[in-house]
Design a protein around this ligand. Structure first.
Ligand code: SME
Length: 165
């Protein structure tokens, strides 16, 4: 069982370090990719404040398809190159968007979202999908969040067999 009661006493950076410990514990003790990614989305949502959505889109036959997430129901499919997620997948670059309403082609799944960060999931030069986080706060995601979420994706890449999904 995850012990999340300790989180209330932690600083922001301590929470993010703990988030990495939790995902390592999850993925090193379970082989099933879907179980690991379902809990990975829950770990992020539990350890990072002020989020209204956290989850995955997987690359399937050249488009992004919704994976495990925490939050309101979201769009099922996103074309590569479209929206923040599709841009991250097409450019293979982290998209950190202070105000989603200023991003041309932003796809609004939850009207509460005001800022967003999307990390491409790339392993052995293949784009397997993206990790997407939304916040109701403008400019929620800083260099600190980006740094720890990039480490989070590295942990996933260490354990997850993306071809299994
Ligand atoms: N806003 C995203 C769509 C996915 S939802 O935020 C969950 C985008 O523009 O790609």
């Amino acid at each position: 069982m995850f012990k999340l009661d300790a989180l209330s006493k932690m600083t922001t950076e301590e929470k993010y370090k703990y988030m990495l410990i939790l995902v390592e514990g999850q993925c090193s003790s379970e082989k099933d990719a879907l179980a690991n990614l379902s809990n990975a989305s829950a770990i992020i949502k539990s350890c990072m404040d002020k989020l209204n959505w956290a989850g995955f889109y997987f690359m399937r036959s050249g488009e992004l398809v919704l994976g495990p997430f925490q939050g309101l129901p979201a769009c099922n499919r996103i074309a590569v190159g479209k929206g923040v997620c599709g841009t991250a997948a097409a450019e293979r670059k982290i998209q950190r968007i202070a105000n989603v309403h200023d991003f041309p082609g932003h796809i609004a799944c939850d009207s509460a979202s005001n800022s967003e960060i999307v990390l491409p999931i790339v392993k052995d030069n293949v784009v397997y999908g993206v990790l997407d986080l939304d916040s109701p706060e403008l400019n929620r995601f800083t260099e600190l969040e980006e740094q720890y979420l990039a480490k989070f994706v590295d942990k996933l890449n260490k354990y997850i067999n993306w071809d299994e999904l």
